[in-house]
Design a protein around this ligand. Structure first.
Ligand SMILES: *[C@@H]1O[C@H](CO)[C@@H](O)[C@H](O)[C@H]1NC(C)=O
Ligand SMILES: [Ca+2]
Length: 354
């Protein structure tokens, strides 16, 4: 039985293995051994990007159905705030009504080094496209249960913020489509600028059609070895699409997970269906162990690389086109005039010779 299984798998291996001759072995034990080695090699090469081995769901940091006793019982690991309320199907942070703020916050400080957070959420409402707002945020921050202007949380926050921004406030710069998902790392002085949709402080992001989606919408945040990757799954294909990848990001431990949302003149329902936290098992070399020192303030290596110039003035494409056009016309006129003058001069010279 074992032999047939390993043989059929060997057949499959053989199809994409250039070391085929090595597999022509009669001894089953040897071939099994080789098969296991090959499997290890292949799985390692698949995971070379993110070399964790296993993941475990950590219930104490997760929010999932049924939300029994959520925020009510003293044993609950979560608190609700503002307009947030629990239904059998979701935690609704805000209803589709103006000027609401709601949040859900974990009660337990978080100390894991390597982790992955999978968020299942739903943003939906009556408003037409771009007549809805403002979006929601996922947090891992020092402070919890604060009110404020950043999707219903405080500004100058300390820690990680992942924003699902559904309304373009900086409507002059049509440089991106909304909803826009982005990453920001706050250090207590950096400020999220709502009027520019946080462009100045954004570390990475992408457009993701998360509103009134017919499919389930998910975010995946992964943090390991000072690298933060953000992925989205919003078009029902059950596959993660890269959204942001930031290396050299240092995040202290002891912070709190949360999700918050706010509506203003425009609104939407902002629902969290689940937030599942997985611990990743990651191998570290002794050097890597040595490199990871204790961090007290969140930071990113070479912050400058993320600095963006938010353009308000300067040439638009149309202006540039006309400038170029007139320059070329001007040069052409000069050339023609030059030719005429030269022709005349030549003629005059010839006349003088006769
Ligand atoms: C926060 O980051 C900004 C930009 O890198 C920097 O200018 C500021 O000094 C930092 N603040 C703290 C408290 O580290
Ligand atoms: Ca916005």
């Amino acid at each position: 039985m074992v032999a047939t299984v390993s043989k059929s798998k060997l057949e499959r291996l053989r199809s994409f293995c250039f070391l085929c001759p090595m597999f022509h072995l009669k001894n089953i034990r040897e071939s099994t051994c080789l098969f296991v080695t090959a499997c290890l090699l292949i799985s390692q090469s698949l995971a070379d990007d993110q070399d964790f081995i296993e993941e475990f769901l950590k219930r104490e940091y997760s929010l999932a159905k049924p939300y029994r006793g959520l925020a009510l019982s003293s044993s609950s690991q979560w608190d609700l705030m503002g307009t947030a309320m629990v239904t059998p199907d979701h935690v609704r942070l805000t209803p589709d009504l103006q000027s609401r703020q709601g949040a859900v916050w974990s009660r337990i400080p978080f100390f894991l080094r390597d982790w992955e957070l999978k968020v299942h959420f739903k943003i939906h409402g009556q408003g037409k496209k771009n007549l809805n707002g403002d979006g929601m945020a996922i947090w891992l921050t020092k402070d919890r249960m604060q009110n404020g202007p950043v999707f219903g949380n405080m500004n100058q926050f300390i820690g990680l913020g992942i924003f699902v921004d559904t309304y373009p406030n900086a409507d002059k710069s049509h440089d991106r489509a909304f909803p826009h998902v982005s990453v920001m790392l706050g250090n207590g002085t950096l400020s999220y600028n709502h009027d520019y949709d946080g462009r100045h402080t954004e570390l990475g992001g992408c457009t993701a059609m998360t509103r009134n989606a017919i499919y389930d919408t998910f975010l995946l945040v992964r943090y390991s070895k000072n690298r933060l990757t953000l992925m989205v799954d919003v078009d029902g294909k059950q596959e993660w699409k890269d959204c942001a990848d930031i290396t050299g990001l240092r995040l202290p431990t002891g912070y709190f997970f949360g999700a918050s949302s706010a509506t203003g003149d425009l609104s939407d329902n902002h629902d969290i269906i689940s937030m599942k936290l997985y611990q990743l098992t990651v191998e570290r070399t002794p050097e890597e162990e040595g490199e990871e020192e204790e961090v007290t303030i969140p930071g990113v290596d070479n912050m400058e690389q993320f600095q963006v110039e938010v353009q308000e003035e300067g040439m638009s494409r149309v202006q540039f086109f006309f400038t170029l056009l007139f320059s070329i016309l001007g040069l052409a006129v000069l050339a023609v005039v030059g030719l005429i003058v030269y022709g005349r001069w030549k003629e005059n010279r010839r006349k003088r010779f006769y």
